[in-house]
Write a protein that binds this ligand. Structure first.
Ligand SMILES: Nc1ncnc2c1ncn2[C@@H]1O[C@H](COP(=O)(O)OP(=O)(O)OP(=O)(O)O)[C@@H](O)[C@H]1O
Ligand SMILES: [Mg+2]
Length: 113
């Protein structure tokens, strides 16, 4: 019924993704500044040119709750807006959620999105 989309993206793509989400009817988004690494393990060549170290690279985590029927489309919207075609463009995953409560009104489920 409801899906939580979590997207890890490059910080400089936040505005592009936000605009794309708003243009596609999303009602709310949570942003968290995070750090992480993927397959390259955050490797960057250091100034000496020969040593490598593992780093947690700054990323942004976006969380969006949408009606399940919209989830696939919204994931595609995020991916298109976040893509630079370079390594580190991020990951997007979804899970279904059981409960959502809109605190002010007491609405639940789809009505609470
Ligand atoms: N398996 C994973 N589990 C949890 N978080 C992940 C995982 N893979 C990537 N991330 C998060 O996503 C961020 C971006 O990952 P990244 O885009 O580098 O993935 P990748 O698989 O290495 O792809 P690419 O080869 O395009 O770089 C990481 O910094 C980390 O925060
Ligand atoms: Mg990577």
């Amino acid at each position: 019924m409801l899906e939580l989309i979590t997207a890890i993206i490059k910080p400089h793509k936040v505005d592009d993704v936000k605009d794309a989400l708003l243009a596609n009817g999303v009602e709310g988004v949570t942003l968290t500044e995070v750090r992480g690494f993927g397959r390259q393990r955050g490797k960057t060549e250091n100034f000496r040119g020969s040593e490598y170290h593992i780093d947690f690279i700054p990323k942004v985590k976006l969380e969006v709750i949408v009606p399940a029927e919209n989830a696939e489309r919204i994931v595609a919207v995020i991916a298109e807006a976040a893509k630079t075609d370079k390594i580190g463009d991020g990951k997007i995953w979804t899970i279904s959620i059981d409960k959502l409560l809109r605190v002010r009104t007491g609405e639940q489920g789809l009505d609470a999105v």
